[in-house]
Design a protein around this ligand. Structure first.
Ligand code: ZN
Length: 384
């Protein structure tokens, strides 16, 4: 019986393998699938392709389904936060809802990604804190997609002048239409398929190290003292997502005093793979003693064209030891060329009328992950 060799495989099979690869990417299957297809083709007996194609397509689909990933979408809400997490279980959680107004711009963008992913509802919508760029989009989002449960840190600090009463009251108005869960540091968020630990909330924080963490942090000695923050930023819900060996840190808009309580004198958090740059890359946050201690391999900054992305914070993240790449949702127009990453890592380059391109992280249990810029489809894989 004649077998195809890789080097002699005919063009028809090459086209077929390319098609399988496209399908495997669409199905979020790992690159091993592509290699497997080559191996399968290599040893296939010579038969009509019409007989082999359906069998291999079935195998490709089955493999894609069995190797599920944790998907994290940093959606562009022009300097607010909207991070959609889709667990391998199929359950979903949105962290914050962006701004209100703008004819529902932010809610439209979130709903479009959710629809694209195939979600019929968002199981959990977590509000890190009650500033407009996080809670403001709730009513518009609730008009567009069903929400299962709202999660927050409890009542707002209404003496914070940045808490817009209108936004908070609108959220309170929508809240009874879904379930409601209040979380505190140490709690787990019940999204199936991924471990989510609450690190901070309502001004409190965990006081014992996470497993494997708790080492003295030598960076604390040279860290300038941080001023107390009595507003909502310091009350942000911060979370660590763990999926096998992969760890993702999202501290909302936590400001430096609270960051340092998590990182000094001992680093209570340990190291992470992906760090969502805190507070859109503002200087009020991103203390060096925290950022460098958590030692991210990749950082994603949810800045706007003129919001966040401040040069000092950018530099701290950029210089973090072990950082392979920093990705940005926007080109930071006020920061200059020296404080922006190369364009291929930036999802939106324009100041106005941008397409709202998002950045997607696809993470695997072995700690490997890929990051995709949906503006140019530039994708990079990171080994553990
Ligand atoms: Zn914010």
């Amino acid at each position: 019986m004649k077998y195809f060799e890789f080097t002699t495989v005919n063009p028809c099979y090459c086209r077929f393998v390319a098609a399988v690869r496209r399908i495997s990417i669409l199905a979020a299957a790992p690159r091993q699938l592509f290699r497997m297809c080559f191996r399968v083709v290599r040893f296939l007996p010579m038969r009509p392709i019409s007989l082999i194609l359906p069998a291999l397509l079935l195998a490709a689909t089955a493999l894609a389904a069995s190797q599920k990933s944790l998907d994290i979408y940093s959606i562009d809400v022009e300097g607010g936060q909207a991070t959609l997490i889709v667990s391998p279980s199929g359950q979903s959680m949105l962290v914050d809802t962006g701004f209100p107004g703008f004819q529902g711009r932010d809610a439209d963008r979130i709903a479009a990604v959710a629809k694209n992913v195939g979600l019929k509802q968002i199981d959990y919508v977590l509000i890190t804190h009650y500033h407009r760029d996080h809670v403001g989009g709730v009513p518009q989002l609730a008009d567009r997609i069903k929400i299962g449960t709202f999660i927050d840190h409890g009542p707002a600090k209404l003496d914070d002048p940045d808490v817009a009463r209108g936004d908070y009251n609108s959220y309170m108005g929508v809240l009874p239409k879904a379930k409601h869960l209040v979380v505190k540091p140490g709690d787990k968020i019940p999204l199936k398929g991924v471990d989510i630990k609450v690190l901070s909330g309502a001004g409190e924080h965990i006081t014992t190290p996470l497993p494997g963490a708790g080492q003295p942090n030598p960076l604390c000695a040279s860290e300038p003292a941080a001023v107390p923050d009595l507003g909502e930023n310091a009350r942000s819900i911060g979370m660590l997502f763990t999926y096998g060996k992969f760890r993702f840190l999202d501290l909302g808009d936590l400001t430096k005093k609270k960051e340092l309580e998590l990182a000094c004198p001992e680093n209570l958090l340990g190291m992470v793979d992906v760090y969502l740059v805190t507070h859109h890359g503002l200087d009020l946050s991103n203390a060096k003693a925290l950022v460098h201690a958590v030692h991210p391999r990749v950082a994603i900054m949810n800045n706007g064209a003129h919001k966040g992305g401040r040069p000092a914070a950018w530099q701290i993240v950029h210089d973090s030891p072990g950082l392979e790449d920093l990705w940005q949702l926007h080109y930071a127009l006020d920061a200059g060329k020296d404080h922006n990453v190369p364009e291929q890592f930036i999802a939106n380059l324009e100041e106005k009328n941008d397409a709202g391109n998002y950045i997607k992280v696809t993470a695997n249990t072995d700690g490997t992950f890929t990051v995709l810029n949906t503006r140019n489809n530039f994708e990079k894989s990171y080994k553990k």
